[in-house]
Design a protein around this ligand. Structure first.
Ligand code: SMG
Ligand code: MG
Length: 371
């Protein structure tokens, strides 16, 4: 049992090394909410995966900030929390807001594990010391630019290339990459940009031997994905549609997907991410760790999660330098064999560097106790 003594919110911004374009828009910087908690025993950090706009999900930074400050934070502040599961239960009265809940779960796990000296990886049930890395390549202005970027990433050793696509910037781009590199592990991610009416176009992708097509249809749909899955050969992977372990179970039972992308923030935290992994593993469905352009804090958590046994496909767990000139932690570096070591220090195993943290901070606010 420990008491949560303080919760501090911090909005940070870091420039991206190159703009990241998806079917939803263009990101030029990474802006996210970090949370620092202080318990009786230790300090812990968490990173919220929400974006500035409610585009990838209905959550967004200012909304997460408000729900953390006014509802979730006060539920935990000055409360006796047995452990991170206990914190999940104390926050359960708030419906939805999974990304906001997840950041508190992460920070409390970090504190709890720092106090006991155990790593997050061992707490979650990791079985590997290194994870396989893939890279997500944004929509480029031209095919030549795309080929140059892919060549660079393959040269660095990435084991899987994922191309962002949207209607009209899809078949030709995939064809060009496949022609140049017939053997690489290749996938595409549509971020919900297609509809069932596009089935003929999506079927054209079948000839490229893709590992998967990620989230082709609506962000909140399972049924239409189950229909699409019977009409195309490329395995469907769901990202946005999976918000919990229950969603994963429903999606699999409905035949809506054959692969699941797990992001701890999207499902409400690291503990629910493990349950989602378990549901998929029990049903023989491979999973992999998605990414939200995380700083070193969130990246450390992703690496711990990706080391669980059901994560059999390379994740969007790329080197820090694929995103940032300078991260807020020591950078994560992928080896030339396309793998990255799983942090093994207590808790997340990383700390924000004070100089980097203050240089990237836009705003901070403490959570106040509710009278
Ligand atoms: O972290 O390397 C990364 C980004 C991976 O493509 C990526 N993420 O739909 O999977 C996805 C997108 C969502 C990012 S939108 C900010
Ligand atoms: Mg995705």
């Amino acid at each position: 049992m420990t008491t949560v003594r303080a919760i501090e919110l911090r909005l940070i911004s870091l420039p991206l090394v190159r703009p990241f374009r998806t079917s939803m828009g263009i990101d030029r910087e990474k802006e996210c909410v970090l949370v620092r908690v202080e318990t009786d025993d230790a300090e812990g950090w968490g990173e919220c995966v929400a974006s500035p706009d409610p585009s990838y999900s209905d959550e967004f930074n200012q909304g997460a900030w408000a729900v953390l400050r006014d509802h979730l934070g006060p539920s935990l502040l000055a409360a006796d929390v047995p452990d991170a599961e206990g914190a999940e239960r104390k926050m359960a009265w708030v419906r939805g807001h999974r990304m906001a809940k997840a950041v508190l779960v992460m920070a409390l796990l970090d504190a709890e594990l720092k106090a006991s000296g155990a790593s997050l990886a061992s707490r979650l049930g990791a079985e590997r010391d290194r994870v396989q890395c893939g890279v997500s390549v944004g929509i480029a202005d031209t095919t030549e630019e795309l080929l140059d970027q892919v060549e660079g990433y393959l040269h660095e050793g990435y084991r899987r290339i994922k191309l962002k696509i949207e209607p009209g910037i899809d078949v030709d781009r995939v064809s060009a990459v496949r022609e140049r590199w017939p053997e690489i592990a290749l996938s595409v991610d549509a971020n919900a940009a297609y509809s069932l009416e596009d089935v003929d176009r999506l079927r054209e992708l079948d000839r490229f031997g893709l590992l998967m097509i990620e989230q082709p249809l609506s962000h909140d749909d399972l049924y239409e994905h189950s229909l699409l899955s019977t009409k195309i050969e490329t395995p469907v992977c769901l990202d946005e549609s999976i918000r919990s372990s229950a969603d994963a179970r429903a999606a699999i039972e409905l035949g809506a997907c054959r692969i699941v992308n797990i992001k701890q923030g999207r499902v409400g935290g690291l503990l629910e991410a493990v349950r989602t992994h378990d549901v998929c593993r029990e049903r023989g469905v491979p999973v992999w760790c998605g990414g939200m352009l995380e700083t070193g804090i969130g990246r450390a958590a992703n690496l711990a999660l990706a080391a669980l046994p059901g994560f059999t496909l390379p994740g969007d767990t790329s080197s820090s330098k694929r995103y940032f000139e300078e991260d807020i932690t020591e950078p994560f570096v992928m080896a030339s064999d396309g793998t990255m070591p799983v942090p093994r220090g207590p808790g997340l195993g990383v700390e924000p560097l004070p100089d980097r943290l203050s240089a990237s901070t836009l705003r901070t606010e403490g959570v106040a106790r509710k009278e």
